[in-house]
Design a protein around this ligand. Structure first.
Ligand code: PNS
Length: 158
């Protein structure tokens, strides 16, 4: 079975992430969306909340599953029989860092495949969405409905 991982913080998932996940699912038997449990990085949503939002928005793709992990991504890949990491590249500014990580991960025998982000999503990031939502901006074109609703709840709480 050809299994790939789409890793990330997904705090929260955006239409940019979803586009990459959907397109990756057309090329692999199974795609695992893996949420990094990073205890050193402050996040808006808990890992459980992020997983739930991703599950809701990817349930229409039968070969996509959602998981979380902590530690090195290559270790997750080896433990879970994942052969490839799939990442979206939004712009050349993503490239240096992503190439460096891909080369480090290749030393452990794990391939990284880059997909060009669809132009409609090239400006999109979870950080931008959070900032816009924080100041009452409209992010309905950037995130799925369930994420938009969850962002409104978070903003109202603060
Ligand atoms: O959504 P993000 O925060 O840009 O995702 C980055 C992520 C989680 C994919 C990346 O930081 C990662 O793979 N972290 C796990 C640790 C690791 O394996 N690092 C690469 C080798 S140093």
């Amino acid at each position: 079975m050809k299994r790939a991982v789409c890793p990330g913080s997904f705090d929260p998932i955006t239409y940019g992430h979803l586009d990459i996940i959907e397109r990756a699912s057309a090329h692999f038997d199974q795609v695992v969306v893996a949420v990094l449990e990073n205890r050193t990085k402050a996040s808006l949503f808990t890992v459980a909340e992020r997983i739930e939002m991703i599950r809701e928005t990817t349930s229409k793709f039968p070969n996509v599953i959602v998981d979380s992990w902590s530690g090195l991504l290559v270790d997750y890949c080896k433990t879970n029989s994942v052969q490839a990491i799939v990442k979206g590249l939004r712009a050349v500014t993503d490239f240096d860092y992503e190439l460096q990580m891909a080369q480090v991960n290749l030393q452990s025998g794990i391939e990284t495949m880059f997909m060009a982000t669809a132009p409609a999503h090239s400006f999109l990031s979870s950080s931008l969405v959070k900032e816009l939502a924080h100041y009452g901006g409209d992010v309905s074109s950037m995130v799925p409905k369930n994420v938009n609703a969850a962002l409104k709840v978070q903003v109202a709480r603060k």
